[in-house]
Design a protein around this ligand. Structure first.
Ligand SMILES: NC(=O)c1ccc[n+]([C@@H]2O[C@H](COP(=O)([O-])OP(=O)(O)OC[C@H]3O[C@@H](n4cnc5c(N)ncnc54)[C@H](OP(=O)(O)O)[C@@H]3O)[C@@H](O)[C@H]2O)c1
Length: 319
């Protein structure tokens, strides 16, 4: 049985497991489109003590939220046994749309409040002033419809501007991509989150499986899901990532852990504010990921992975 660790979400007093569960998998993008399978994944997480679930309005165009709401009812989960984080996409950020989108999320999730509401990405094409959506979020907070505000995929300059729009509330969570081979967030965002007592929710903590060494170069050509267009699965990048995953596999064998457990452990060791939210397609993967808690890599082994990861150069220019 895994020993589950807990931490606080920003300064909210909300207690979350040190590793959460990502629910993008409950969509056509990743392939868990059958309700019963999603329910079993969620049930396993809750059974083990993983209480933080990250979803979004766009995951399966509402399907992920719907599955979660239905499963929580069916499993008889008490509302305070789960921390629900969802996200409003950059398209739905006008003042009125923030309210409309939240109302629909609440209906799909079959709940009266959302623990953490995040802006999924900035309204790049829609010219909505930052303060318009931040004030709408603060109003939702004051109405008790959400308990905390988070920003996803925002650079630090924009996080600063967004915080300045709030009267009394603050941004508690920043969600960005962070894993051993995609470390860009360590340059500015992670230090900012640490300085401001926030939590960093690390998305794609397993690099969508790329750092686990479970796929050969032939396999990646056959991937039919969201990964088929991802530059980290381009052979030029993937060949380099394999050098890191070989080390991860070697270290996993030494500790009698799995590669996923090593990667997630490496992330929680990186900083106390990092909370990875790995996606899982089976209850077994959830169980495996939960086993990343309750122990630590040696500093030497941690550094070996870091040095290997720093020595490779991933490029997004793949055509
Ligand atoms: N804010 C944002 O913009 C944003 C963007 C992306 C994701 N997210 C969030 O972050 C979550 C996680 O990111 P992600 O889904 O991109 O990638 P990820 O967590 O890095 O990788 C998930 C995939 O890795 C494989 N996997 C998971 N656990 C495993 C295990 N123990 N052993 C072997 N393989 C395992 C599974 O795919 P296979 O079994 O098919 O290999 C799974 O679908 C999402 O669910 C979502 O909630 C947020």
């Amino acid at each position: 049985m895994s020993k589950i660790e807990y931490t606080e979400l920003g300064s909210t007093g909300i207690r979350v497991s040190r590793i959460g569960l990502g629910a993008w998998q409950f969509s056509q993008s990743w392939g868990v489109t059958e309700y019963e399978r999603a329910r079993d994944i969620l049930a396993k997480a809750l059974e083990l003590g993983i209480n933080l679930i990250d979803t979004a309005i766009v995951y399966g165009r509402g399907m992920s939220e719907q599955f979660i709401g239905r499963a929580l009812k069916e499993l008889g989960v008490k509302r305070d046994e789960i921390v629900i984080a969802t996200k409003i996409p950059g398209e739905m950020l006008s003042y009125d749309d923030v309210f409309k989108a939240t109302k629909r999320s609440l209906e799909r999730l079959q709940t009266s409040y959302i623990d953490l509401m995040q802006v999924h990405w900035p309204p790049c094409w829609h010219n909505i002033p930052t303060c318009e959506y931040m004030r709408a979020l603060e109003r939702l907070l004051n109405l008790g419809l959400i308990n905390a505000i988070g920003l996803s995929d925002h650079p630090v300059e924009l996080i600063d501007s967004a915080r300045a729009c709030l009267a009394r509330a603050d941004v508690e969570v920043v969600q960005v991509r962070f894993n051993p081979v995609e470390l860009e967030a360590e340059k500015e965002i992670l230090p900012y989150v640490e300085e401001n007592d926030m939590t960093l929710l690390a998305w794609s903590p397993l690099a969508k499986g790329a750092v686990l060494g479970k796929y050969t170069l032939e396999d990646i050509e056959k991937l039919q899901d969201v990964r088929s267009g991802d530059p980290i699965f381009h052979p030029d990048n993937y060949k380099q990532i394999m050098k890191v995953s070989d080390i991860i596999k070697e270290i996993a064998a030494k500790y009698e852990k799995t590669p996923a457990q090593v990667v997630l452990n490496w992330l929680i060791m990186y900083s106390d504010v990092v909370v990875p939210i790995p996606g899982a397609k089976t209850p077994k993967q959830v169980e495996d990921n939960a086993g990343a808690m309750g122990w630590r890599l040696s500093r030497e082994d941690w550094t070996r992975i870091y040095e290997a990861a720093r020595s490779i150069k991933i490029s997004r220019v793949v055509y």
